[in-house]
Design a protein around this ligand. Sequence first.
Ligand code: ARG
Ligand code: ZN
Length: 473
Amino acid sequence: MVSAMVTRHRTTAALALALGLALVAPMGADAARPADPTPGASGVGDPFFPHGGNGGYDVASYQLDLSYQPDTKTLAGKERISATATQTLSSFNLDLRGMDVGAVWVNHQPARFSRDGTDGQELTVTPRKSLKKNQRFTVSLSYAGTPEVVTDADGSKEGWVPTADGALAVGEPQGSPAWFAVNDTPADKAIYDVSMTVPEGLTAVGNGSLVSQRTRKGETTFRWRTRNPMASYLATITLGRFEVTRSRTPDGLPVYVAVDPALVAASAPVVAKIPDMVAFFEEQFGPYPFEIVGAIVDDAPEVGYALETQTKPVFDRAPDEATMAHELAHQWFGDSVTLSTWPDIWLNEGFATYAEWLWEQHSGGATTADQFAALYKTPATDEIWNPAPNALAASEQLFSTPVYNRGAMTLEALRVKIGDKNFSRLLRSWYADNRNGNVTTADFTALAAKVSGQDLGAFFTVWLTTPAKPATW
Ligand code: ARG
Ligand code: ZN
């Protein structure tokens, strides 16, 4: 799905291209002939994940019909993707890791496919008839197998992580292709409609609202649907034994919380704060982005982190209050306002960490100024100062200390620099202007300059891209 932001960028590029062509193309009948169909690219050029995402099309929706057997760890899937070609396509790729693909159809016609792409995550599909630019098309496929645990460059696990009673599905930054075929770039948001069939007694929890739940012959099918477009790394369909609580916030927002039975008591005090946290962040940033909120608390501490899966963050253990605040704040910054490429990860993590500080200040604890002062005391040789949060060398630095802590410090320094009123206007406009969209660091620094009327070039160079402890700014 093309967001407003992305549309604007693409439109500019298309215009430049059209002007360029107009200068060189000979006039006459030839000029109007459509381009020869070519293969879509096998990546979208992300500096950290060259094979993540694919060129030549834009997905509107994913419809998944899945079933999972925890005892054999096997997943069977039927998938249907609705997309639009953005170029004339002789073939195109999807990202899929492992799994045996049974058949692929394009526009209901059998299509050829191969798996011999780079980096083990490419499914190349060649339709019978090439696709025209701007043509809408559907891809259907069936697949089965044991989904992969994906190990990232920093050693962390993601993808499809089996648990004692089911599996945890987390996909940041590159795990989603473990369980479905996807255009795995955060820049192509889409609607998700996911049904998952599991043995009776287990619960499968996905993004958005529960559309139906039906038990038949010892199996239960849960169907989940997102109302808002979602980046692929935020998709989940975590399953296992869960105690489910459904309620509403005082404002009427539905709350769906699923907790591993062993963690109910330990999670209760923090889960109970979800409505207050949502209300507080609404005051700070603007209306909650989605139609439902909640949490999935699973028992999988070997994962080692929580993830802001859209509408219902996933926790690998009973969450503490700061982590709950962090993952809920991501619903605004990360999920609704989403990075376009991975090196801009501080736009997610710096903001969510700053939101933790705001929540703690609101709760009567340390102020954001206290947090900044405490971190600023760390010596210049400390790992918090290097790399700079927006000058990461490689994907293994995506979730490093500077991204979180120095990223949040950047926002606190900015608040002091431009004043409370401008800072509040900036956070609110950043969200309001980019809801459901994709952004870049340059978009943020431009908005900061506009809102404050200040030249912030040197400030952002010192804070975001200089790999040394800031001294003056
Ligand atoms: N975004 C998550 C958070 O807010 C962290 C995800 C880490 N992912 C990973 N593969 N290590 O903390
Ligand atoms: Zn985070």
